[in-house]
Design a protein around this ligand. Structure first.
Ligand code: AMP
Ligand code: MG
Length: 399
């Protein structure tokens, strides 16, 4: 009756996505994933500088409640080298500007009164208002590991460290094919028995969130010839995701064609929902056959395909692209498990009084896409285990 989720992931990694690397500019790097660790090319900060607008002074000149100093010049960010500060002197200074030689402290502008070329100091002179050279990063220090998603902050850090270009993981091209005679593109007229095709839109979005390029295709009909020609046309893709046609039915032709003409590494995983997925290869290209039921196809992507992509491409566990975070949640209601299967019920996770609480809000049918929108998590109830109110269980918080 199929393999466990962990075993399925392990088997799929025997046919990983091939990881390739390309060099791009920082401007092109948004949302990409680093392929090498990035070290700083500069000290950060590069020089001692002021954290405040104010005056650079000698602390020994500011020991009285009020002292008056002579203003000898200005230190501006990006400006000329500031004058040296001697006893009894102060230098106007802007945030980020270098500390003049001779000064050891900053008085913030709010604690001063300026009269011509004199400044009266009415507040503390603090060394703590100086940002020291390399206090954040030293030259050569590694700050972005390989496999990091270049999010807003990571991009800015790459810039801070002086990287105008960088090596990133080349986006694998992942083909998405829905199968089923009943499927019609949303917006078109429906004949009796037809339904709108929805899985490919979710799968494309998930593929892109995992740092890959989604190659969308027309739905394939439930015919071996149609499936074969569709699959054969995708030989330039790095992987194929199909949805539908992997159950026990007579029309479950993805399974049949893979068994007869492709290569099947596993079929069926002990999951609910999402029992029938298949993994193997079509003429050398790795292929996940996802279930057709809309919830199942998404859930299986979360628990099998996303880890396969992440591990194949060397994504960093915390810093890399990922779709979920494993958390402990306290059940706010009884949630039944499943006999012999890991049970992935949809839950809404919310934080209350320092704890994550889980509740359910719609029915849990594997065809009910509304349940994936009305909830933001999945239980990880072990096989044959019911969840009881008040119990703390593992769950995936979908990001
Ligand atoms: P199957 O696994 O092909 O038997 O499909 C299971 C159920 O999911 C059936 O009710 C299909 O109509 C539905 N289904 C399959 N593929 C899709 C799709 N791409 N979009 C929406 N529903 C689908
Ligand atoms: Mg079908």
């Amino acid at each position: 009756m199929g393999v466990s989720m962990d075993r399925a992931i392990q088997i799929s990694l025997s046919k990983p996505l091939i990881r390739q690397v390309e060099r791009i500019t920082l401007e092109e790097a948004r949302g990409r994933v680093t392929a090498t660790p990035l070290s700083s090319k500069v000290d950060d900060p590069r020089f001692d500088n002021s954290a405040m607008d104010g005056f650079a002074v000698r602390a020994s000149d500011c020991q009285n409640e009020i002292s008056t100093l002579r203003v000898i010049g200005t230190s501006q960010a990006g400006g000329d080298k500031p004058p040296k500060v001697s006893a009894g002197q102060a230098c106007r200074i802007m945030t980020g500007a270098p500390i003049p030689q001779g000064a050891d402290s900053i008085v913030m502008i709010e604690d001063t009164e300026i009269h011509g070329d004199q400044v009266t100091i009415t507040g503390p002179a603090r060394t703590g208002f100086i940002r020291r050279r390399a206090e954040n990063l030293s030259i050569g220090q590694e700050a972005l590991p390989s496999g990091t998603l270049l999010s807003a902050a990571a991009l800015a850090l790459a810039g801070t460290m002086g990287h105008g270009g960088l090596e990133v993981v080349k986006k694998p091209r992942i083909a998405i094919i829905s199968t089923g005679d009943e499927l019609v593109r949303p917006g078109k007229a429906l004949a009796p028995g037809q339904i709108y095709e929805s899985n490919s839109h979710a799968l494309a979005s998930l593929v892109e969130s995992m740092g890959c390029e989604a190659v969308l295709n027309e739905s394939a009909n439930d015919s071996l010839d149609d499936l074969r020609s569709t699959l054969d046309a995708l030989s330039d893709c790095d992987a194929i995701l199909t949805s539908g046609g992997v159950s026990m039915g007579e029309w479950d032709l993805v399974r049949r064609i893979m068994e007869e003409e492709g290569e099947v590494s596993f079929w069926r995983v002990k999951l609910r929902p999402g029992g029938p997925p298949l993994f193997g290869s079509w003429k050398g290209t790795p292929l996940f056959g996802l279930p057709g039921n809309p919830v199942s196809s998404l859930v299986v992507f979360h628990v099998l395909v996303a880890p396969w992509i992440a591990r194949s491409l060397g994504y960093h566990g915390e810093m890399g692209p990922r779709l979920s975070e494993k958390v402990s949640v306290k059940l706010d209601e009884d949630i039944p498990g499943a006999p012999g299967k890991l049970c992935l019920r949809r839950i809404r996770i919310r934080s209350e009084n320092g704890q994550l609480l889980a509740t359910t809000h719609t029915h849990q049918g594997s065809g009910n896409m509304h349940s994936m929108v009305a909830h933001n998590g999945l239980t990880l109830l072990p096989p044959d285990t019911d969840g009881k109110t008040g119990e703390v269980i593992d769950a995936l918080w979908l990001l």
